[in-house]
Design a binder for this molecule. Structure first.
Ligand code: NAD
Length: 262
């Protein structure tokens, strides 16, 4: 049970993060629900989770493109609104940009690095002192199969996700024997807005239907031709937060329907 714990799940207003926030709340954790955009919309998500699972939630719309200040404000919300420091940090917020290297703008590259990699460093740095003091903490980084293999036209994303897995290992070594663990999860395809946008772009280029492109996408990469769900990823995250996982650290676990078995 995660009763009495406080979780901060970045990018939990949508997709995988929302699934993770819901599952952690279902185990009793209070949650900082976070995403980019209008605060009242994120607040609506936070209130729904709080009501469903009878926990406390608070909303943050810290923009992870804006450096240290918003990250600090997001982490501090745990104290001010939920009554304690962050015990569980899930670095999940992420963005994608599909484009060949020659056409990739520096701006697009830097945006991906900021949200997918630098924000995880900043948030981890901000939560670690209290985790060390409490002698308990869990950091779960939502990487990707693209943290260990590549796909064409996703250079920045692949670089950032490889970096995130490396960062996870460094965190694990630095926190060894402190009660804090750091692990990464590598999802394959999960049907979220991030992936729907890619399917739509493929359909727009090919003139084929959304359904056809969706099936092709699975056939190309994911032998088990089914999407994992945000809730499945939430359950895996909850396992990493459990006592049974106390001796797992620096690991990265795939939930990819066989993608990286090939
Ligand atoms: P999503 O688009 O549904 O959600 C992304 C979340 O990140 C949203 O809550 C959004 O508000 C937040 N976010 C985006 N830009 C932000 C910014 N500048 N500041 C603050 N928050 C910001 O995407 P998703 O598919 O649920 O992806 C979640 C994570 O899972 C990402 O790290 C992604 O790389 C990873 N992932 C997804 C898949 C997949 O198939 N969907 C596969 C592997 C890994």
């Amino acid at each position: 049970s995660l009763v009495g714990k406080t979780a901060l799940v970045t990018g939990s207003s949508s997709g995988i993060g929302l699934g993770i926030a819901s599952v952690l709340a279902s185990k009793g954790a209070n949650v900082v629900v976070h995403g980019v955009g209008a605060l009242d919309e994120i607040d609506r998500v936070a209130r729904t989770i709080a009501q469903q699972h009878e926990v406390k939630c608070v909303a943050s719309n810290a923009d992870l493109l804006k450096g240290e200040e918003p990250v600090k404000a997001m982490v501090d919300l745990s104290h001010s609104a939920l009554g304690g420091p962050v015990d569980i940090l899930v670095n999940n917020a992420g963005i994608q940009h599909v484009c060949p290297v020659e056409d990739f703008t520096l701006e697009a590259w830097e945006r991906i690095m900021a949200v997918n990699l630098t924000a995880a460093f900043l948030a981890s740095r901000a939560v670690l002192p209290a985790m060390r003091e409490n002698k308990w903490g869990r950091i779960v980084n939502i990487a990707s199969v693209h943290g260990v293999v590549a796909s064409a036209n996703k250079s920045a994303y692949v670089a950032a996700k490889h970096g995130l897995i490396g960062f996870t290992k460094a965190l694990a070594l630095e926190t060894a024997n402190s009660g804090v663990t750091a692990n990464a999860i590598k999802p394959g395809w999960v049907l979220t807005p991030l992936v729907e946008a890619q399917i739509q772009a493929r359909a727009a280029t090919s003139g084929r239907s959304f359904e056809e492109e969706k099936d092709d996408m699975l056939r190309e990469k994911q032998p088990q031709r089914q999407f994992a769900t945000p809730e499945d990823l939430g359950e895996l995250t909850a396992f990493l937060c459990s006592q049974a996982a106390a001796n797992m650290t620096g690991e990265s676990i795939a939930m990819d329907g066989g993608w990286t078995a090939q």
